[in-house]
Design a protein around this ligand. Sequence first.
Ligand code: AMP
Ligand code: GLY
Length: 422
Amino acid sequence: MNILVVGSGGREHSISRKLLESKHTTQVFVAPGNDGMCLDEGIFTVAIQETDHQALLAFAKEKKIELVIIGSELPLLNGLADDFQKNQILVFGPSKKAALIEGSKDFAKQFMQKYQIPTAAFQTFSEYDLACAYIEEKGAPIVIKADGLAAGKGVTVAMTIEDARLALEEIMQEEKFGKYSKKVVIEEYLEGEEISLMAFVDGENVYPMEIAQDHKRAYDGEQGPNTGGMGAYSPVQHISRKYVEEAVEKILKPTAKGLVAEGRAFSGILYAGLMLTKDGVKTVEFNARFGDPETQVVLPRLESDLVEIILDVLQHRKPTIHFCQEGIDLGVVLASCGYPEKPHLGEQVTGLENLSSNTQVYYAGVKKDNQEKFVSQGGRVLLLHMRGKDMQMAREKLYTEMKKLDNPAFFYRKDIGEKAQR
Ligand code: AMP
Ligand code: GLY
């Protein structure tokens, strides 16, 4: 099959690499992709933006694409899956209606309330004064979220009322998130450990993957602003299976069922961000796609054929899903200085030629300059991935490699996976 992947990040690179392992795959095209991915034999980038539905459809027809996989959230919320479906092209990714579970925090919270899916208490506001009065009443810590896509950056976990007020001002008065600045969701602060659970979903049927742990804050020790994710590992061995089972039964399955009942049946990857609180597992957020960077550490562990799993899900069969049972997969993101607020772009990435051959590089915000050198063109530049027999080995090996990329234009967290060693 010729397969088209839509998106441009490390997640799409790792999906594409996994697809190439399948006996069903001939070529993988990625639109728009990035220049780093093209180093892989069999991956071809296509200069079409993920928002250009007409051009994507025309390309798919011209190249006789037999399967489209939508990696990122924006095209899903723009209805790209619906458009491929209307044109009888097989597409993996939820409809616009189903993707709203990610696209609107307010919708997701109202939905969870209606279907009694465990999550933090909340209220939604579109007036600044009322929102301010609510945070005064509730006190800190408290969590402020812009009601829309903000690439993981629209959330402030405010430890003081002052920080909460500042976050409200930025969103509601300075309109930092453009059209997504009109409404804010204000949530109770949840305390506990966070994990990411992704599942293949076909209507009411849920087929979970191995869990991963992301590291959302920009700096070591969970300091600094929230980002899209600075590193991840899988599996998360110190988290008991019983929490995962609880999350599948009380969160993923009722969500899939509720979406069917709402006329928003989900087909694709449902991602639940979960907090393991002392009162049980609670939902922090839903995404309607694979997580980034979780995918870069979960998919390498998948031993079953990804194309077969996707075809099974699309054709309503139960897929066979096996994950590697040994070792730990660890991934650390190299980010541009200034990320997530204002990443400095156009900086040359150095040291790639010194990486050992068993390090996997998943490219994200990179392009080749006119001297054929990779320069940064996004906040998250790339992720290095390594498997170790345990976390200590994985960290030793991976951080030895990361050091080779040391460069004042970039930064990375030094404590990815540390929690699993305690
Ligand atoms: P979200 O985009 O909703 O996943 O939020 C981004 C990050 O903010 C999450 O991964 C958590 O680390 C943190 N966060 C979000 N909601 C809460 C909450 N209610 N309590 C504590 N932390 C939260
Ligand atoms: N790593 C979090 C996300 O993909 O949204």
